[in-house]
Design a protein around this ligand. Structure first.
Ligand code: ADE
Length: 257
């Protein structure tokens, strides 16, 4: 998978060198290219923002540097697609451009799975009061654009949101996580229940014991205990995620007599 990131703070993305994603980068499973938007601002001060049209607080990102930078990425995607000889390596000539924004669709595990199927994603990180609307309009008219929110709160820009999404998406790319079974067993996968609590050695720590069922070697009993824990935890923390049959609501429609 190819991932391009456009930002005025490329340093944020050094974090992608660490841990599993860093390994995936070095193995060539994920090809991350970070672009400094300021390099595409051609005035003396490399200005990327200006006052809002119509007045108001804050600054808005100017469209010109975005246009130059995104055109360069799209052109390189098209030429790499044309040059690639190995069909499995062909990047998408029509990448999906994601602008992290509190005004977008809320990111979740389902969206991560959907985006992990893409061969080329571009993350455009806005700052200040946002990016000039004409950038979204231009690239929506020419290709695929999505505004995606990390949640109902406001960050200072799209960088942290992009890193979170890249991590959630990247770990679903085949080969990135060593044991694919660990992807199946975690929260928000499969049945939507939260994960069960985990323990390791020692069996007793500060008078706190590992639940005896986990030490008994009865795999059926362990599985039943874990399922029970997942249901109880989901009911307590995120009742909205409980499948209907576990919500304790009447199954059939109530018929008035
Ligand atoms: N930029 C600022 N706030 C954000 C959020 N909640 N999600 C994605 N991008 C953002």
């Amino acid at each position: 998978m190819r991932i391009d990131v456009v930002t005025i703070f490329p340093g944020y993305f050094d974090a992608l060198e660490l841990s599993l994603l860093g390994k995936a980068k070095h193995k060539g499973l994920i090809d991350v290219r970070v672009h400094d938007l300021r390099e595409h601002a051609h005035d003396k001060h490399r200005t990327v923002d200006d006052t809002p049209a119509g007045g108001g607080a804050g600054m808005v990102m100017k469209p010109e540097p975005w246009g130059v930078c995104l055109d360069g990425i799209l052109d390189s995607a098209a030429s790499e697609a044309a040059e690639a000889s190995d069909a499995a390596q062909v990047p998408d000539p029509d990448p999906l451009i994601i602008f992290p924004s509190p005004a977008g669709d809320v990111f979740n595990q389902r969206m991560a799975r959907e985006l992990a199927e893409e061969s080329h994603l571009v993350f455009g990180c806005g700052r200040y009061e946002g990016i000039d609307q004409r950038v979204f309009d231009e690239y929506s008219a020419r290709g695929r654009v999505r505004l995606v929110s990390l949640g109902d709160y406001v960050l200072n820009g799209g960088e942290v949101a992009s890193i979170a999404m890249i991590e959630a998406i990247g770990r679903l790319v085949p080969g990135v996580v060593g044991n694919p079974q660990s992807l199946v067993e975690e929260s928000h996968e499969e049945d939507g229940l939260l994960e069960y609590p985990s323990y390791t050695k020692p069996a007793s720590w500060r008078d706190r014991e590992v639940p005896p069922v986990l030490l008994g070697g009865n795999h059926k009993a362990i599985e039943a205990w874990r399922t029970e824990q997942r249901i109880e935890r989901t009911r307590r923390v995120r009742p909205d995620l409980l499948p209907r049959e576990l919500r304790g609501e009447p199954r059939g429609r109530h018929v008035a007599e």
